[in-house]
Design a binder for this molecule. Structure first.
Ligand SMILES: [Zn+2]
Length: 303
């Protein structure tokens, strides 16, 4: 019983805390945590755990188990995929140094995104709001990092022959990371302002301006839409953006399927887990786009 205790401050629910604590329902969560959780996932919550108990709790079935697994399993798969690309795919395509560097960046970002999100879900049951919001901040910062890394790798291929434009857009991408690192990770800003997830919307306008500038620049540089190199980024924005927007609407805003079947998908299959799979699909689409770029450039581009 070493890890189990009654929380004396919580007379209303007499909630047990610790790694062997009983799972609780949404309406038993602390008030501050309720605003971050989906009310349609009604049961299977762990709460009030210490850091060590959070780590131990990964072995226990709860409504976070699927959230952790849908990141950790793809992280292992992407590690194997990265090694396969490095040793088989790129040498088979006679890739150059840039292909290896871009492939390494792709693999590192995939791991960062998946593992930072897994960290958030492992520490979601933490009793301390500061630890919880740091985990959430890491998760959201991983998303911003990935969006900007996608743009930076497309810039690298689009302006492979122009050091100036490559540096120009990549420095802008790195500069955009700084305010997001501050607002998601710095303790002074994590608690204030609007909710962290809603701050993610703030990346929309600056990203749209940067993307449109890049698309227009690429259009002029490569001589119009007749060039596959100019066309590939906007085409992938539509395809990949469509996947994310549809997944966000269905699984986050509409909370499908838990709204349709309350309680049935609390542990396995609730909307957040489907959202994770959409993220994995988006990462695979990014890899595919990078290979398309490599193919196009081998055929048509020599600096
Ligand atoms: Zn998640």
């Amino acid at each position: 019983m070493a890890n189990v205790r009654i929380d004396p401050s919580d007379h209303s629910t007499n909630r047990m805390t610790g790694s062997r604590a009983k799972l609780c329902r949404y309406d038993e969560l602390p008030v501050w945590k309720k605003i971050y959780m989906c009310p349609h996932v009604v049961s299977g919550y762990m709460t009030d755990l210490s850091t060590l108990q959070c780590l131990k709790s990964t072995y226990r079935l709860s409504n976070e188990t699927g959230n952790v697994l849908t990141h950790v399993v793809p992280a292992v798969a992407f590690l194997i995929l990265g090694l396969y690309d490095h040793h088989v795919t790129i040498p088979g395509r006679h890739g150059d140094d840039m292909d290896y560097v871009i492939s390494a960046i792709y693999s590192i970002i995939c791991q960062t995104l998946l593992l930072s999100s897994a960290t958030y879900h492992i520490f979601t049951p933490h009793r301390c709001r500061s630890v919880f919001t740091l985990g959430l901040g890491l998760d959201l910062f991983g998303i911003v990092l990935t969006i900007l890394a996608v743009l930076a790798t497309f810039v690298a291929y689009c302006f492979k022959c122009s050091m100036f434009w490559r540096m120009f857009y990549q420095i802008l991408c790195v500069t955009m990371l700084i305010p997001y690192a501050a607002m998601f990770l710095h303790p002074k800003y994590r608690f204030h302002w609007v909710r962290p997830e809603n701050r993610l919307v703030g990346i929309g306008p600056p990203l749209a301006i940067l993307s449109f500038a890049f698309i227009a620049q690429s259009y002029l540089y490569h001589g119009g839409w007749g060039s596959d190199t100019a066309w590939i980024y906007p085409a992938r924005c539509f395809r990949n953006g469509g996947i994310y927007i549809a997944a966000f609407l269905l699984f986050h805003i509409k909370n499908i399927p838990q709204v349709w079947f309350p309680g049935r998908f609390d542990y396995v299959g609730h909307g957040h887990q489907w959202w994770h799979l959409a993220v994995v699909l988006g990462l695979l689409d990014w890899r595919d786009a990078l290979f398309v770029f490599q193919g196009i450039q081998q055929q048509s581009l020599s600096c």
